[in-house]
Write a protein that binds this ligand. Structure first.
Ligand SMILES: NC(=O)C1=CN([C@@H]2O[C@H](COP(=O)(O)OP(=O)(O)OC[C@H]3O[C@@H](n4cnc5c(N)ncnc54)[C@H](O)[C@@H]3O)[C@@H](O)[C@H]2O)C=CC1
Ligand SMILES: O=C(O)CCC(=O)C(=O)O
Length: 526
């Protein structure tokens, strides 16, 4: 039975789903080296933001197939290392959207009305109605940085409260911003015009320290900033300086450069700062959503099914995947075949998807073809997750072509590879019953099913040549299962494809090459 390690607190609903297909161990609070020490026992790992899945952990993960992040941000997972190792990383892109957006809105209102400090003061025995004079958000300007799922919900609710919304997101269309009633502006205008700024971007090279001494200096003295996205997007030292010197009016932070937040000058500030311990996703509803979403994906991957929200392979809906599945097998088989024909050190590989396969949903077929191409060299080390990266690391130049015109078959895949044995090509299609047919080889029309052992010859189409090759194989006790000749013109160049029952014995290729008229011969094992 498969084994799943759950290394952060996850709702019971997720554990129940995992238990249907695996033994589930819950061990929380592990350091990266403790995790690295036990991870080789597990097929799947389910985490929230508390676990750091470092390169060291991934190195040690000899059986791991999937890492499931019960939440959005995967910045606590070394995704490139997981990808290189062929480990799928999945998340729950929408399960906690509302929770995080509502937390940001709660932070904004709490800052405006000093709710945390007023509550504290009253509980300490005071009734201070003067000290906690607030300000309204109505008619104020909210600058939203990152107009994705969470940012959009914040903008929608803030708009309903009568706020004017400015937004900065270089990847969002004007049309989407208009739908949300936001004005798209550049970042400088967000800084100079906003009364409140709320951050909803992922942590990337571009967003690290996006809010720094320079940007803080541009803000109004009455501005308040809210960060419920990721720590490290605000330079905490610069923020402390700006707050302590009243350059801005307030800040509410749910996330920190280092978590848990240890010693920090921010803790010494007064009611102008609200700090929460990464609670954005901490609602009962969100935790059920993300636990179910991610546990279902782990269950599916352990059962050999695709994941719907993989961050390192294209995610596909189950019905699209159902349609593509037989073609994945076709693409992989053809990739394996053409890879062996082209020989070692493949430099270039072209994948042409023809007919209905030429639509945008068929990207996984390209990956499957690359996986097939590399399978001789990498065996089980190559999979759908790491195939493209392995090809890139080997310097193979991959090109993709899409051709909507159906040829003899409504859907077919053409592959061409160049390696130490020159340039070779193969085209394949599926019959109605799903059986694979090789329909073209090195531009010669053929019609053969692939077989474990295959022999190909290039020769002059002339009387007697097929008989000679047949007798040679007979002399070596090789049983021929099928034989096909493909030629473009009578007595011109031709290709012969033989499927045979056993591996070709040593020495026979040399004998075949001695047959007059044979120009090349090679074997393939699928
Ligand atoms: N505090 C918490 O507990 C939670 C935090 N989060 C964090 O919130 C953030 C946003 O999450 P979602 O809205 O679900 O993600 P999303 O992917 O839907 O939206 C992110 C938006 O940021 C934009 N963006 C990317 N780079 C940008 C840049 N350099 N400048 C401006 N915009 C940029 C993208 O175009 C996208 O529209 C993530 O970092 C996520 O990890 C999410 C859930 C809970
Ligand atoms: O797991 C959590 O509570 C944090 C959620 C979060 O930060 C995210 O989903 O990106």
């Amino acid at each position: 039975m498969a084994k799943v390690l759950v290394s952060d607190p996850i709702d019971e609903a997720g554990i129940k789903i995992l238990s249907q297909v695996a033994q589930v161990d819950v061990k929380t609070g592990l350091s990266p080296s403790e995790l690295a020490g036990i991870i080789s026992d597990y097929d799947a790992l389910m985490i929230r933001s508390g676990t750091q899945v470092t390169e060291e952990v991934i190195e040690a993960a000899t059986h791991l197939k999937i890492i499931g992040r019960a939440g959005v941000g995967v910045d606590n997972v070394n995704v490139p290392a997981a990808t290189r190792k062929g480990i799928v990383v999945v998340n729950s892109p929408e399960g906690n959207t509302i929770a995080a957006a509502e937390h940001a809105l709660a932070m904004m209102l709490s800052l405006s009305r000093h709710i945390p400090d007023a509550n504290q003061s009253l509980k300490e025995g005071r009734w201070d109605r003067k000290k906690f004079m607030g300000s309204e958000v109505y008619k104020k300007t909210l600058g939203v940085v990152g107009l994705g799922k969470i940012g959009s919900h914040v903008a929608t609710v803030a708009k309903a409260m009568g706020m004017k919304i400015l937004a900065y997101d270089p990847f969002i269309s004007q049309e989407r911003a208009n739908q949300l009633g936001c004005t798209l502006v550049d970042l400088d205008l967000i800084f100079t015009e906003s009364d409140y700024i709320t951050l909803h971007v992922p942590k990337t090279k571009e967003t690290a320290n996006l809010i720094n001494a320079e940007s803080l200096a541009k803000m109004k003295p009455t501005a308040r900033i809210i960060n419920c996205s990721r720590g490290g997007i605000i330079d905490e030292d610069a923020l402390y300086e700006a707050l302590a010197n009243e350059k801005i009016a307030g800040a509410a932070l749910d996330v920190f450069a280092t978590e848990p937040l240890g010693e920090s000058s921010l803790k010494s500030l007064g009611s102008n700062v609200i700090l929460t311990p990464h609670l954005g996703a901490s609602t009962a509803e969100a935790q059920v959503n993300v636990a179910i979403d991610v546990a279902e994906q782990i269950r599916d991957v352990l059962l050999g099914l695709p994941a719907r929200s993989a961050v390192n392979i294209p995610g596909l809906s189950p019905d699209v995947m159902e349609k593509l599945r037989p073609y994945m097998r076709l693409a992989e088989t053809l990739g394996n075949l053409v890879g062996q024909l082209a020989g070692d050190r493949v430099e270039s590989f072209n994948v042409t998807l023809q007919g209905d396969l030429a639509d945008n949903n068929s990207q996984p077929l390209v990956v499957a073809a690359i996986k097939g191409l590399l399978s001789k060299a990498l065996r089980e080390r190559v999979n759908y997750v790491n195939a493209a990266i392995e090809a890139k690391e080997r310097g193979i130049h991959i090109t993709e072509t899409r051709d909507t015109t159906a040829k003899d078959y409504s859907n077919s895949i053409y592959l061409e590879a160049t390696g130490t044995k020159g340039t070779h090509s193969v085209t394949g299609a599926l019959l109605n019953d799903g059986e694979i047919r090789i329909i073209n080889l090195d531009n010669y029309p053929v019609n053969v099913p692939p077989n474990n052992y295959m022999l190909f010859t290039l020769h002059r189409d002339m009387p007697g040549i097929i008989g000679k090759i047949g007798s040679l194989l007979g002399n070596f006790n090789v049983n021929i299962a099928s034989m096909q000749v493909g030629r473009k013109i009578v007595r011109g160049d031709a290709v012969m494809v033989l499927t045979i029952d056993d591996p070709l014995p040593e020495g026979i290729l040399g004998e075949i090459l001695k047959v007059p008229g044979v120009t090349d011969a090679y074997t393939v094992t699928l």
